[in-house]
Design a protein around this ligand. Sequence first.
Ligand code: ADP
Length: 584
Amino acid sequence: MRRSLVWRIAVPFIGLILLSVGGVSLYFTNYTQQGYTENLHDSLKTSGNLLAVDIANRILRGASYDDLAPVIQSYADLTQTRITFIRSDGVVVADSVADPKTMQNHLDRPEVKAALSGPEGAEIRFSDTLKRRFYYLALPVLSTGQTIGVIRLARDLTIIEGELRNLRARILGVGATITLLSVLLAYLVAQGTLRPLRKLASKVQHLKEGDPNVDLPSGRKDEIGVLSRSFEQVARQLSTQMADFQEERGKLEAVLRHMTDAVLIVDKDGKVTLANPAAERLFHLTLDQSLGRSLVEVVRQHQFVELWRASRDSRKQQISTLETSPERNFVQGTATPLESSLPGSTLLVFQNLTRIHRLETVRRDFVSNVSHELRTPLASLKALTETLQEGALEDPPAARRFLKRMEDEIDNLTQMVRELLDLSRIESGRVPFDRLSVNPMMMMGNAVERMRLQAERGGLNIQVDASQSLPEVMADADRIEAVLVNLLHNAIKFTPPGGQIVVSARQDGDKVVFSVRDTGIGIKPEDLSRIFERFYKADQSRSGGGTGLGLSIARHTIEAHQGSIWAESHPGQGSTFYFTLPVA
Ligand code: ADP
């Protein structure tokens, strides 16, 4: 590339120089040759004319052809020329070099022919007689207006041609030197012109490699300077634009990476061109698996593919919600055509509404459960008051019974309202937990003692099974005791007489795992995952009048202590409830 530029500049110069030097040499040698020939012609003509007049006069005075030979010879010697006198019939009469008798008839010689019919005849020819090239000039000899013969003068061209060759060689030598010097000059000029360009190119290379602070020859006043300044400007603009671009890109990446909604960009053919981490999580894919693949492969939900298609075809935003399978997530998809920024592409945003949906369901269930739970005792109270009003008041023993039942219902209602209040306060974090370092044995002992009478009444054996060396835990002792009482209460409630209840605790790393095990009716697997929900009762008929709030309160209490609570059960054999508390 570099060489070619040098040569591209130098070669036309060299061509031009060669052409002009060659042309000048050719013209000059031709011109000189022509000059020589003309000079020769003129000098031969002058001598020839003089001789022709002399011969004509001599013949007129009666001189014979033999008398003419010495005259011709002396002219020839004088002018260093071969002179031949030819009669008008072509017979050679005298010749300064050869014997005329040996010479052929010259009528066929072109110069002789021309001189016989015109003012002169000239010819350059190889002489058969002398075996050299000659310049022949033939002039008519006129006597009393008649051509009586032809004087032919011949000059050997060998010397002239030798001189011409010499001259040509000298011109060529000078031409070649000029050419060589010019080639060198052209090459140097080309190199000199290209050197700053090369320097500029290598600096621009640095620019390309990301170094915007290169020292370009921008101080120059010529075109290179203009080019350098333009480059510097472009480089500065580029680096600012790159910085802006990187910043914008960084912001966009941060938003995309940290947003909880899944984002996909799909091109007009349905290929995914962008996917954020939330999309990968929602559709269980990695980036490599999603980019460049078709939307249907990525989302695997026909309805979302339809949503994209509808938005692409209508060029309008489309929204649809569906429950994914098998995860059963509630996802709302919004498809927006990216008309101006990315023509043909569509932005798909997916919001996982599962939590909100679940909360909504829980709220709805809660309201219906509260109403249901309130309705039963209220209906019972209503019936009891009506019965009293309708005459039972007149029957004091019956009235007392009714009043006792009314009191029980009111106690139930009060208990439920208290538990609901408790739950709501714990849930909203309004209950201040007094967490201190406490001995697990103390809490378990207190709870068991509180429930022992009730257990014994139910014909159940209750005991604590834990080592005295357990570490202390961080807990609000009253609240944890309430949880243990609640678990024991359930165990007693759901264990037939003769059963056994064991409360135990063991250390597991930085926490203590508590458990309440019974040999009761157990919990079916489908209920096990739901018993910690508010108002959930596994078996309504056998719930023993509970509110279904106890385990829910227990879960919130334990979670507020940074612990966890769960249950294991074998229906018909018994259940074990576990919860953990952090070691103090
Ligand atoms: P409640 O006992 O007031 O009904 P809970 O929230 O304490 O409410 O318990 C929820 C449900 O869990 C109970 O109705 C019962 O069906 C089930 N359950 C709890 N503890 C046990 C247990 N030890 N054995 C069998 N089922 C239990």
